[in-house]
Ligand binder design. Structure first.
Ligand SMILES: *[C@@H]1O[C@H](CO)[C@@H](O)[C@H](O)[C@H]1NC(C)=O
Ligand SMILES: *[C@@H]1O[C@H](CO)[C@@H](O)[C@H](O)[C@H]1NC(C)=O
Ligand SMILES: *[C@@H]1O[C@H](CO)[C@@H](O)[C@H](O)[C@H]1NC(C)=O
Ligand SMILES: *[C@@H]1O[C@H](CO)[C@@H](O)[C@H](O)[C@H]1NC(C)=O
Ligand SMILES: *[C@@H]1O[C@H](CO)[C@@H](O)[C@H](O)[C@H]1NC(C)=O
Length: 505
């Protein structure tokens, strides 16, 4: 654009609301290897936050501690710890794909490298189930990690999977019942259970079953609603059971009297494998699962895949606002039980195509479960917007994380501050790759800031104003003409005007 065009753009300023992003650290560039106090770029990592404000992070796909000769990414099985108190990382073990140390050859067993596992935990115990290994090979193993003793233990090698092996007469085999190998499932981690819904396996099969793992005795139970969902309907939309999918976003709402799980979007078409990045299989439907009644309820959004976004006005709740279809967004809930969503891979306001790759999104949304309405809260309305890093550690409305999918997220206990780490997406120089940047979003306050309006609107306001003033002036002149006599006379005998007037006649 020419310089004058910029000048025209800065004509008027209005106040709008939005949320600020702060870049806390990590690399601005993608595909950076791990160092001892900073994990390498990665996506689909497994994250669990314990009650001590410590975040445990396992594996994913991305960069190990050595730059590989091919420069490519690998599946990881390293373990990291992030302390929220001082916002520092520490590598606990570098995994078996790393060349950094020989320590791992002495450690008895650690889980295979993988991405998108289901991770949860309680007290000192972190639980890891399944995930996708190289070439999307689905894993079905169950591990626990003792955060005190820092050791892994394998509980079950792999479940044969699902209902098929259920045998009520043989108790030995029923003990082995658990979900079929899978990854990229929808996961919820409560204080007592790990819930999983759906996911995918190596042949791109999309599951629609729902299981929960008891965190005390590590036994799985397939939920009744899942068993009762008619098999023929499992991969189709029904009013009261979501269709099978992977890459869905999830939220957990735990109140004193009730526990509710929410699920949004994901991919519902198995003909598009994950690595095709085709948005026409992604949905934008919001579902609610009530634990006490073991039932699903459709809330809002489109169950038809491939729908674009309707942003509406920034910071305004509306029944017509809806995020574009997507998978792999980052999600968290705040202390007011509102559900937040940032980014993912999918569609902005443009309808996605079946031939072009999905866009990487960096929009920020808020969902109100009471009304079922979405609210666009900030970030970019346009997909594939590059990252804007600005000053490190400062909350700024001009800061913007690059569009990404399968990032990790966690939050500070009892605060409205959220962390966003890594993912596959756009870095600071408009390259796509595995990210290791750490962002912070404080949603405790709605921030009001200046927003420049394009010249067209500015000129419309100015010209409109001028026209109005002219119009009023003409009317005033006309009115003055008509009302002249009473006005002159109003002064009465004591005024010079009436004297002048009188002397004239
Ligand atoms: C580890 O180092 C060896 C020798 O330096 C190299 O051949 C190998 O590719 C490295 N492995 C990885 C995963 O980078
Ligand atoms: C940060 O906090 C953690 C846990 O409280 C502690 O282990 C670690 O040493 C601290 N790191 C720094 C650099 O202070
Ligand atoms: C929390 O941290 C304290 C002090 O480091 C430790 O004694 C305690 O075991 C930790 N609790 C959990 C659940 O990790
Ligand atoms: C269940 O287990 C019993 C005892 O091992 C066996 O006889 C029976 O065939 C099994 N049924 C099925 C459906 O696998
Ligand atoms: C994926 O799951 C489906 C349904 O259970 C099964 O038929 C298929 O064989 C599985 N694929 C692989 C590679 O295990």
């Amino acid at each position: 654009m020419y310089p004058w065009a910029y000048i025209l753009f800065l004509v008027s300023v209005v106040k709008v609301q939005g949320q600020d992003f702060a870049w806390l650290g990590g690399n601005k560039l993608s595909d950076k290897p791990s160092v001892i106090d900073l994990p390498g770029g990665r996506s689909g990592t497994g994250v669990w936050q314990d009650s001590n404000n410590t975040v445990w992070m396992f594996g994913g796909v991305g960069m190990t501690s050595v730059a590989t000769t091919t420069g490519g990414s690998v599946m990881l099985n390293d373990l990291w710890r992030f302390a929220l108190s001082n916002q520092t990382w520490r590598q606990l073990h570098p995994g078996t794909v790393s060349n950094l140390t020989v320590a791992t050859s002495r450690s008895p067993q650690i889980p295979r490298p993988r991405q998108l596992p289901a991770v949860c935990g309680t007290g000192h115990v972190m639980v890891l189930f399944g995930g996708l290994a190289e070439d999307d090979e689905a894993l079905g193993d169950l591990w626990v990690f003792d955060t005190g003793k820092k050791v892994w233990r394998l509980l079950v090698d792999s479940y044969s999977g699902g209902l098929e092996i259920r045998n009520e007469t043989d108790h030995d085999t029923t003990r082995d019942v658990g979900p079929a190998p899978r990854g990229d499932s929808a996961n919820w981690c409560t204080s007592s259970h790990l819930y999983i819904f759906g996911g995918t396996n190596s042949s791109s099969f999309l599951f629609s079953d729902m299981w929960r793992l008891n965190l005390k005795d590590f036994t799985w139970e397939e939920l009744k609603s899942s068993q009762e969902a008619p098999t023929s309907l499992r991969n189709h939309q029904t009013a009261d059971y979501p269709q099978g999918r992977n890459g869905a976003m999830t939220w957990l709402s735990e109140m004193e009297t009730s526990r509710t799980l929410y699920m949004f979007g994901g991919n519902v078409l198995s003909k598009y494998p994950r690595d095709r990045h085709i948005a026409s299989g992604y949905t934008s439907d919001m579902w609610e699962y009530t634990v006490s009644t073991d039932s699903w309820r459709y809330m809002s959004g489109s169950t038809q895949p491939g729908q674009p976004a309707a942003y509406g006005r920034l910071g305004e709740m509306s029944s017509s606002s809806v995020p574009g279809c997507r998978r792999g967004g980052a999600a968290w809930s705040d202390t007011k039980h509102l559900l937040w969503l940032v980014g993912g891979e999918g569609a902005d306001e443009e309808t996605p195509s079946t031939v072009r790759s999905a866009k990487l999104l960096s929009d920020l949304w808020r969902f109100h479960p009471m009304t079922g309405e979405w609210e666009w809260m900030g970030g970019s309305k346009k997909g594939d917007t590059p990252a804007s890093f600005k000053k490190k550690g400062r909350l700024m409305h001009t800061g913007l994380p690059g569009g990404r999918l399968d990032a990790a997220t966690w939050k500070e206990a009892n605060s409205e501050a959220f962390f966003l780490f890594g993912g596959l997406g756009h870095d600071g120089v408009q390259h796509d790759g595995y990210l290791s940047d750490l962002w912070f979003i404080d949603v405790s306050a709605t921030i009001t800031y200046d927003f420049y309006v394009p010249a067209v609107y500015g000129f419309a306001i100015i010209f409109g104003g001028v026209a109005l003033v002219l119009c009023l002036s003409v009317m005033a002149l006309y009115a003055r003409d008509r009302s002249k006599p009473p006005q002159w006379r109003r002064g009465g005998a004591g005024t010079s005007y009436s004297q002048l007037h009188d002397s004239d006649t």
